[in-house]
Design a binder for this molecule. Structure first.
Ligand code: 5GP
Length: 117
């Protein structure tokens, strides 16, 4: 089994503010929030990066997005809006090598990317 910080959270070895768990996905608040709402959605199936997800496992990624949308609806901010982000490898800014989806919300988020682009 892979052993990132997210696997340790899933196994209950380190604490986290878990806001959702089902058979396939768990979600918890980011320790260093970049917006008023910042929740990470993580699959229970192991993939280090998005590059490692084969076509026949696309549902693993889809479940992260639909779980985030359901959470946004349940929390009442889906109509105001939100952003979902998946970082991949160095240029993408990925620091934890178990795939995960960031849900950012709670304020106008502005644009994103590198300055001047
Ligand atoms: P990445 O940069 O890989 O896309 O995102 C990793 C995220 O995990 C970062 O936003 C970081 O703040 C968050 N993170 C790192 N370690 C922990 C931790 O121990 N607990 C929680 N809740 N979040 C973490």
């Amino acid at each position: 089994m892979s052993d990132t910080i997210f696997h340790k959270i899933l196994r209950g070895e380190i604490p986290a503010d878990i806001v959702h768990e089902d058979d396939h996905v768990f979600a918890f608040r980011d320790i260093a929030p970049q917006a008023p709402v910042h929740v990470l959605f993580v699959p229970k199936q192991d993939f280090a990066t998005l590059n490692d997800v084969p076509e026949d496992a696309a549902v693993v990624v889809g479940r992260l997005a639909t779980a985030a949308a359901r959470y946004a609806k349940a929390q009442g901010f889906s109509d105001d809006g939100y952003r979902i982000v998946m970082n991949c490898n160095g240029d993408g800014g990925q620091t934890v090598f178990q795939i995960h989806l960031h849900l950012l919300a709670g304020a106008p988020l502005g644009r994103f990317g590198t300055p001047g682009h």
